[in-house]
Design a protein. Structure first.
Length: 359
Protein backbone atom coordinates (compact mmCIF):
# COMPACT_ATOMS: atom_id res chain seq x y z
CA UNK A 1 0.00 0.00 0.00
CA UNK A 2 1.55 3.34 -0.90
CA UNK A 3 0.91 6.63 0.83
CA UNK A 4 -0.55 8.21 -2.27
CA UNK A 5 -3.46 5.77 -2.19
CA UNK A 6 -4.12 6.76 1.41
CA UNK A 7 -4.00 10.44 0.54
CA UNK A 8 -6.37 9.82 -2.35
CA UNK A 9 -9.08 8.39 -0.11
CA UNK A 10 -8.49 11.03 2.53
CA UNK A 11 -9.27 13.73 -0.02
CA UNK A 12 -12.89 12.94 0.75
CA UNK A 13 -12.48 13.68 4.45
CA UNK A 14 -13.53 17.23 5.15
CA UNK A 15 -12.76 19.59 7.96
CA UNK A 16 -16.35 20.23 9.09
CA UNK A 17 -15.63 23.82 10.06
CA UNK A 18 -13.73 25.00 7.01
CA UNK A 19 -15.66 22.80 4.64
CA UNK A 20 -12.67 21.65 2.63
CA UNK A 21 -10.67 18.44 2.28
CA UNK A 22 -8.07 17.85 5.00
CA UNK A 23 -5.57 16.90 2.29
CA UNK A 24 -6.21 20.05 0.31
CA UNK A 25 -5.85 22.10 3.49
CA UNK A 26 -2.45 20.53 4.19
CA UNK A 27 -3.59 18.95 7.46
CA UNK A 28 -2.32 15.57 6.29
CA UNK A 29 0.94 15.12 4.40
CA UNK A 30 2.78 11.98 3.26
CA UNK A 31 5.35 12.38 6.05
CA UNK A 32 2.56 12.20 8.64
CA UNK A 33 1.66 8.67 7.51
CA UNK A 34 3.34 5.57 8.86
CA UNK A 35 2.47 2.14 7.48
CA UNK A 36 3.43 -0.97 9.44
CA UNK A 37 1.98 -4.13 7.93
CA UNK A 38 -1.77 -3.95 8.36
CA UNK A 39 -1.53 -1.04 10.80
CA UNK A 40 -1.56 2.57 9.66
CA UNK A 41 -0.67 5.47 11.89
CA UNK A 42 -1.58 8.92 10.79
CA UNK A 43 -1.16 12.40 12.23
CA UNK A 44 -3.54 15.20 11.39
CA UNK A 45 -2.47 18.78 12.08
CA UNK A 46 -5.47 20.86 13.03
CA UNK A 47 -5.82 24.63 13.03
CA UNK A 48 -6.45 24.53 16.77
CA UNK A 49 -5.38 21.65 18.98
CA UNK A 50 -8.27 20.06 20.82
CA UNK A 51 -10.67 21.23 18.16
CA UNK A 52 -14.10 19.89 19.20
CA UNK A 53 -14.65 18.58 15.70
CA UNK A 54 -11.63 16.30 15.78
CA UNK A 55 -13.75 13.29 16.76
CA UNK A 56 -15.68 13.60 13.51
CA UNK A 57 -12.48 13.84 11.51
CA UNK A 58 -11.06 10.81 13.34
CA UNK A 59 -14.16 8.70 12.64
CA UNK A 60 -14.14 9.64 8.97
CA UNK A 61 -10.46 8.80 8.59
CA UNK A 62 -10.86 5.44 10.33
CA UNK A 63 -13.77 4.47 8.11
CA UNK A 64 -11.91 5.41 4.94
CA UNK A 65 -8.73 3.56 5.87
CA UNK A 66 -10.46 0.44 7.18
CA UNK A 67 -12.20 0.26 3.84
CA UNK A 68 -8.77 0.17 2.19
CA UNK A 69 -8.08 -3.11 4.03
CA UNK A 70 -6.12 -1.98 7.10
CA UNK A 71 -6.87 -3.84 10.33
CA UNK A 72 -5.87 -1.03 12.62
CA UNK A 73 -5.98 2.70 12.18
CA UNK A 74 -4.32 5.00 14.72
CA UNK A 75 -5.16 8.68 14.38
CA UNK A 76 -3.32 11.33 16.38
CA UNK A 77 -3.71 15.06 16.30
CA UNK A 78 -1.19 17.86 16.18
CA UNK A 79 -1.36 21.58 15.45
CA UNK A 80 -0.37 23.52 12.36
CA UNK A 81 2.57 25.89 12.50
CA UNK A 82 1.87 29.61 12.45
CA UNK A 83 3.03 29.81 8.83
CA UNK A 84 0.70 27.02 7.82
CA UNK A 85 -2.20 28.69 9.58
CA UNK A 86 -1.50 32.06 7.98
CA UNK A 87 -1.36 30.46 4.56
CA UNK A 88 -4.61 28.68 5.29
CA UNK A 89 -6.34 31.86 6.46
CA UNK A 90 -5.24 33.67 3.35
CA UNK A 91 -6.86 30.94 1.29
CA UNK A 92 -10.09 30.54 3.16
CA UNK A 93 -11.21 33.55 5.05
CA UNK A 94 -12.34 36.10 2.49
CA UNK A 95 -10.63 39.23 3.76
CA UNK A 96 -12.84 42.26 3.62
CA UNK A 97 -11.31 44.54 1.05
CA UNK A 98 -10.90 48.16 2.01
CA UNK A 99 -13.52 49.02 -0.60
CA UNK A 100 -16.14 47.13 1.37
CA UNK A 101 -15.48 49.07 4.52
CA UNK A 102 -14.35 52.56 3.47
CA UNK A 103 -16.18 54.98 1.20
CA UNK A 104 -14.29 55.08 -2.07
CA UNK A 105 -14.14 58.39 -3.92
CA UNK A 106 -12.80 58.26 -7.46
CA UNK A 107 -11.42 61.62 -8.51
CA UNK A 108 -11.60 61.81 -12.28
CA UNK A 109 -11.91 64.09 -15.25
CA UNK A 110 -12.16 63.83 -18.97
CA UNK A 111 -9.23 66.10 -19.62
CA UNK A 112 -5.70 66.09 -18.25
CA UNK A 113 -4.24 68.87 -16.17
CA UNK A 114 -7.51 70.11 -14.65
CA UNK A 115 -6.30 69.49 -11.10
CA UNK A 116 -7.45 65.96 -10.18
CA UNK A 117 -4.31 65.08 -8.27
CA UNK A 118 -4.19 68.45 -6.50
CA UNK A 119 -7.81 68.01 -5.45
CA UNK A 120 -7.42 64.37 -4.42
CA UNK A 121 -4.41 65.20 -2.24
CA UNK A 122 -5.90 68.31 -0.63
CA UNK A 123 -9.28 66.71 -0.08
CA UNK A 124 -7.63 63.75 1.63
CA UNK A 125 -5.71 66.07 3.95
CA UNK A 126 -8.76 68.26 4.63
CA UNK A 127 -10.79 65.15 5.52
CA UNK A 128 -8.10 63.96 7.91
CA UNK A 129 -8.05 67.42 9.53
CA UNK A 130 -11.78 66.96 10.10
CA UNK A 131 -11.04 63.76 11.99
CA UNK A 132 -11.59 61.11 9.33
CA UNK A 133 -9.20 58.22 8.67
CA UNK A 134 -8.14 58.60 5.07
CA UNK A 135 -6.22 56.70 2.39
CA UNK A 136 -5.14 57.81 -1.06
CA UNK A 137 -4.35 55.61 -4.05
CA UNK A 138 -2.55 57.19 -6.98
CA UNK A 139 -4.07 55.19 -9.82
CA UNK A 140 -2.23 57.23 -12.41
CA UNK A 141 0.54 54.65 -12.76
CA UNK A 142 2.14 56.15 -15.85
CA UNK A 143 1.74 59.78 -14.86
CA UNK A 144 1.99 59.54 -11.07
CA UNK A 145 2.26 62.83 -9.21
CA UNK A 146 0.87 62.20 -5.73
CA UNK A 147 4.29 61.32 -4.31
CA UNK A 148 5.73 64.68 -5.35
CA UNK A 149 2.73 66.56 -4.01
CA UNK A 150 3.03 64.77 -0.66
CA UNK A 151 6.81 65.01 -0.52
CA UNK A 152 7.28 61.23 -0.48
CA UNK A 153 8.94 60.65 -3.84
CA UNK A 154 10.99 57.48 -3.75
CA UNK A 155 9.94 56.61 -0.18
CA UNK A 156 9.57 52.84 -0.34
CA UNK A 157 6.77 51.11 1.56
CA UNK A 158 7.53 48.53 4.21
CA UNK A 159 6.35 45.08 3.27
CA UNK A 160 5.81 41.82 5.13
CA UNK A 161 5.93 39.86 1.89
CA UNK A 162 4.86 40.22 -1.72
CA UNK A 163 1.20 40.52 -0.91
CA UNK A 164 1.29 42.60 2.25
CA UNK A 165 2.73 46.09 2.13
CA UNK A 166 2.07 49.13 4.25
CA UNK A 167 1.03 52.48 2.81
CA UNK A 168 3.21 55.52 3.44
CA UNK A 169 1.94 57.59 6.35
CA UNK A 170 2.34 61.28 5.67
CA UNK A 171 0.58 64.53 6.62
CA UNK A 172 -2.04 62.57 8.58
CA UNK A 173 -3.07 60.31 5.69
CA UNK A 174 -1.97 56.97 4.20
CA UNK A 175 -0.92 56.89 0.56
CA UNK A 176 0.49 54.64 -2.13
CA UNK A 177 1.74 55.60 -5.59
CA UNK A 178 3.92 54.27 -8.37
CA UNK A 179 6.26 57.06 -7.25
CA UNK A 180 7.01 54.94 -4.19
CA UNK A 181 8.49 52.24 -6.41
CA UNK A 182 10.27 54.05 -9.22
CA UNK A 183 12.20 57.30 -9.35
CA UNK A 184 10.43 60.50 -10.24
CA UNK A 185 12.01 60.92 -13.67
CA UNK A 186 12.06 57.29 -14.77
CA UNK A 187 9.64 56.41 -17.52
CA UNK A 188 7.06 53.79 -16.68
CA UNK A 189 6.46 52.12 -19.99
CA UNK A 190 4.23 49.27 -18.91
CA UNK A 191 1.03 48.60 -20.70
CA UNK A 192 -1.97 46.36 -20.36
CA UNK A 193 -1.62 43.43 -18.02
CA UNK A 194 1.38 44.77 -16.08
CA UNK A 195 -0.41 48.02 -15.47
CA UNK A 196 -3.54 46.36 -14.21
CA UNK A 197 -1.41 44.05 -12.10
CA UNK A 198 0.14 47.02 -10.30
CA UNK A 199 -3.28 48.56 -9.80
CA UNK A 200 -4.63 45.36 -8.32
CA UNK A 201 -1.69 45.30 -5.92
CA UNK A 202 -2.41 48.87 -4.85
CA UNK A 203 -6.01 47.93 -4.35
CA UNK A 204 -5.68 44.60 -2.61
CA UNK A 205 -2.15 44.12 -1.25
CA UNK A 206 -1.90 47.27 0.80
CA UNK A 207 -2.59 46.97 4.51
CA UNK A 208 -4.73 50.06 4.93
CA UNK A 209 -5.99 49.24 8.39
CA UNK A 210 -9.19 50.96 9.35
CA UNK A 211 -10.25 53.79 7.00
CA UNK A 212 -13.34 55.97 6.63
CA UNK A 213 -12.54 57.26 3.17
CA UNK A 214 -10.25 56.20 0.37
CA UNK A 215 -9.58 58.62 -2.46
CA UNK A 216 -8.45 57.31 -5.83
CA UNK A 217 -6.65 59.74 -8.11
CA UNK A 218 -7.54 58.54 -11.61
CA UNK A 219 -5.47 59.10 -14.74
CA UNK A 220 -7.09 61.54 -17.18
CA UNK A 221 -9.70 60.42 -19.66
CA UNK A 222 -11.95 57.46 -20.19
CA UNK A 223 -9.28 54.84 -20.88
CA UNK A 224 -8.74 51.32 -19.59
CA UNK A 225 -7.64 52.28 -16.09
CA UNK A 226 -10.68 54.35 -15.04
CA UNK A 227 -12.92 51.78 -16.69
CA UNK A 228 -11.39 48.79 -14.95
CA UNK A 229 -11.41 50.57 -11.58
CA UNK A 230 -15.09 51.37 -12.01
CA UNK A 231 -15.76 47.77 -12.92
CA UNK A 232 -13.79 46.41 -9.98
CA UNK A 233 -15.30 48.82 -7.42
CA UNK A 234 -18.81 49.60 -8.61
CA UNK A 235 -19.78 50.59 -5.07
CA UNK A 236 -17.60 53.70 -5.39
CA UNK A 237 -18.52 57.33 -5.96
CA UNK A 238 -17.17 59.49 -8.77
CA UNK A 239 -16.16 63.06 -8.13
CA UNK A 240 -15.83 64.82 -11.46
CA UNK A 241 -13.26 67.55 -11.74
CA UNK A 242 -13.70 70.13 -14.41
CA UNK A 243 -12.61 73.66 -15.23
CA UNK A 244 -14.85 76.43 -16.52
CA UNK A 245 -13.86 75.92 -20.13
CA UNK A 246 -16.61 74.11 -21.95
CA UNK A 247 -14.15 71.70 -23.56
CA UNK A 248 -13.18 70.39 -20.13
CA UNK A 249 -16.73 69.89 -18.92
CA UNK A 250 -17.71 68.29 -22.18
CA UNK A 251 -15.11 65.53 -21.79
CA UNK A 252 -15.84 65.22 -18.09
CA UNK A 253 -19.35 64.32 -19.20
CA UNK A 254 -17.99 61.29 -21.03
CA UNK A 255 -16.39 59.97 -17.86
CA UNK A 256 -19.66 60.59 -16.06
CA UNK A 257 -21.51 58.49 -18.60
CA UNK A 258 -18.95 55.72 -18.23
CA UNK A 259 -19.62 55.76 -14.47
CA UNK A 260 -23.35 55.50 -15.07
CA UNK A 261 -22.82 52.49 -17.32
CA UNK A 262 -20.66 50.66 -14.78
CA UNK A 263 -23.00 51.37 -11.89
CA UNK A 264 -20.70 53.84 -10.12
CA UNK A 265 -22.58 56.68 -8.45
CA UNK A 266 -21.75 60.17 -9.59
CA UNK A 267 -21.22 62.17 -6.47
CA UNK A 268 -21.04 65.57 -8.07
CA UNK A 269 -18.88 68.05 -9.88
CA UNK A 270 -16.10 70.18 -8.48
CA UNK A 271 -15.02 73.11 -10.56
CA UNK A 272 -11.33 73.85 -10.30
CA UNK A 273 -9.61 77.07 -11.32
CA UNK A 274 -13.06 78.54 -11.12
CA UNK A 275 -12.18 82.15 -10.56
CA UNK A 276 -9.33 84.44 -9.67
CA UNK A 277 -9.73 86.51 -6.58
CA UNK A 278 -8.07 89.87 -6.90
CA UNK A 279 -5.58 90.11 -4.02
CA UNK A 280 -6.06 93.89 -3.88
CA UNK A 281 -9.81 94.40 -4.13
CA UNK A 282 -11.02 90.87 -3.27
CA UNK A 283 -13.40 90.73 -6.25
CA UNK A 284 -13.77 87.43 -8.10
CA UNK A 285 -12.82 87.30 -11.76
CA UNK A 286 -14.28 84.42 -13.75
CA UNK A 287 -11.45 84.34 -16.27
CA UNK A 288 -12.54 81.21 -18.12
CA UNK A 289 -16.24 81.92 -17.98
CA UNK A 290 -19.01 80.72 -15.71
CA UNK A 291 -21.81 78.19 -15.40
CA UNK A 292 -20.11 75.32 -17.24
CA UNK A 293 -20.00 73.18 -14.10
CA UNK A 294 -23.69 73.89 -13.51
CA UNK A 295 -24.47 72.78 -17.04
CA UNK A 296 -22.48 69.58 -16.61
CA UNK A 297 -24.16 68.96 -13.28
CA UNK A 298 -27.63 69.22 -14.73
CA UNK A 299 -26.64 67.13 -17.74
CA UNK A 300 -25.55 64.32 -15.42
CA UNK A 301 -28.32 65.01 -12.91
CA UNK A 302 -25.86 65.79 -10.20
CA UNK A 303 -24.73 68.73 -8.10
CA UNK A 304 -21.84 71.14 -8.11
CA UNK A 305 -20.18 70.42 -4.79
CA UNK A 306 -17.57 73.13 -4.80
CA UNK A 307 -15.56 75.75 -6.63
CA UNK A 308 -11.87 76.15 -6.10
CA UNK A 309 -10.21 79.40 -7.14
CA UNK A 310 -7.06 79.63 -9.17
CA UNK A 311 -4.30 80.59 -6.76
CA UNK A 312 -0.61 80.25 -7.52
CA UNK A 313 0.02 79.22 -3.90
CA UNK A 314 -1.91 76.00 -4.52
CA UNK A 315 0.59 74.99 -7.18
CA UNK A 316 3.60 76.26 -5.26
CA UNK A 317 2.70 74.33 -2.11
CA UNK A 318 2.06 71.16 -4.10
CA UNK A 319 5.46 71.47 -5.69
CA UNK A 320 7.20 71.59 -2.31
CA UNK A 321 5.46 68.47 -1.01
CA UNK A 322 3.45 70.38 1.58
CA UNK A 323 -0.08 70.81 0.22
CA UNK A 324 -1.86 74.05 1.05
CA UNK A 325 -4.49 72.34 3.22
CA UNK A 326 -1.81 71.64 5.83
CA UNK A 327 -2.16 75.32 6.72
CA UNK A 328 -4.86 75.61 9.31
CA UNK A 329 -5.62 79.28 8.73
CA UNK A 330 -5.51 79.41 4.96
CA UNK A 331 -8.89 80.24 3.34
CA UNK A 332 -8.22 77.50 0.76
CA UNK A 333 -8.18 74.96 3.60
CA UNK A 334 -11.69 76.11 4.53
CA UNK A 335 -12.82 75.74 0.93
CA UNK A 336 -11.52 72.17 0.87
CA UNK A 337 -13.07 71.32 4.23
CA UNK A 338 -16.39 72.62 2.98
CA UNK A 339 -16.01 70.60 -0.22
CA UNK A 340 -15.32 67.50 1.85
CA UNK A 341 -18.38 68.10 4.03
CA UNK A 342 -20.49 68.36 0.89
CA UNK A 343 -19.01 65.10 -0.36
CA UNK A 344 -19.69 63.38 2.94
CA UNK A 345 -23.28 64.63 2.95
CA UNK A 346 -23.79 63.59 -0.66
CA UNK A 347 -22.46 60.07 0.03
CA UNK A 348 -24.86 59.74 2.92
CA UNK A 349 -27.73 60.92 0.74
CA UNK A 350 -26.91 58.33 -1.92
CA UNK A 351 -26.53 55.58 0.69
CA UNK A 352 -29.86 56.47 2.23
CA UNK A 353 -31.60 56.44 -1.12
CA UNK A 354 -30.35 52.86 -1.62
CA UNK A 355 -31.38 51.91 1.88
CA UNK A 356 -34.93 53.13 1.21
CA UNK A 357 -35.07 51.20 -2.08
CA UNK A 358 -33.96 48.01 -0.35
CA UNK A 359 -36.52 48.30 2.41
N1 LIG B 1 -6.73 75.79 -8.16
C1 LIG B 1 -5.48 75.83 -8.66
N2 LIG B 1 -4.80 76.98 -8.70
C2 LIG B 1 -3.56 77.02 -9.20
N3 LIG B 1 -2.93 75.97 -9.70
C3 LIG B 1 -3.55 74.79 -9.70
C4 LIG B 1 -4.86 74.65 -9.17
N4 LIG B 1 -5.22 73.35 -9.29
C5 LIG B 1 -4.19 72.72 -9.86
N5 LIG B 1 -3.18 73.57 -10.12
C6 LIG B 1 -1.91 73.25 -10.78
O1 LIG B 1 -2.23 72.81 -12.09
C7 LIG B 1 -1.34 71.78 -12.49
C8 LIG B 1 -2.15 70.54 -12.87
O2 LIG B 1 -2.77 70.02 -11.70
P1 LIG B 1 -2.83 68.47 -11.41
O3 LIG B 1 -1.54 67.80 -11.66
O4 LIG B 1 -3.47 68.33 -10.10
O5 LIG B 1 -3.87 68.07 -12.56
P2 LIG B 1 -4.32 66.61 -13.01
O6 LIG B 1 -5.71 66.75 -13.51
O7 LIG B 1 -4.07 65.64 -11.96
O8 LIG B 1 -3.33 66.36 -14.20
P3 LIG B 1 -3.08 64.97 -14.97
O9 LIG B 1 -4.23 64.82 -15.87
O10 LIG B 1 -1.80 65.21 -15.68
O11 LIG B 1 -3.01 63.91 -13.93
C9 LIG B 1 -0.41 71.56 -11.34
O12 LIG B 1 0.75 72.28 -11.54
C10 LIG B 1 -1.17 72.10 -10.15
O13 LIG B 1 -0.31 72.57 -9.11
MG1 LIG C 1 -2.97 63.84 -11.97
Amino acid sequence: MDKQKILDVLKDVYDPEIGRSIVELGMVKPEYIDIDGSTVKIRVNLTIKGCPLQATIKDDIEKKLLSLGFDKVVVTFGEMSKEEKDALMGKNVPEDSIFDTARTILVGSGKGGVGKSTIAVNLAIAASKLGYKVGLIDADILGFSVTRMLGISGVRPNAIDETHMFPIQVHGIKAISMGNFVDEDSAVIWRGPLLSNILQQFMYNVEWGDLDYIFVDLPPGTGDVPLSIMQIIPQSYLLLVTTPQSAASHVAGRLGKMAQKTGVDILGVVENMSYFECPDCGSKHYIFGKNEAEKLGSELKTKVLGEIPIISEIREKSDTGRPITLEENNPVTDIYKELFRNIDRQCTEIDESYASINK
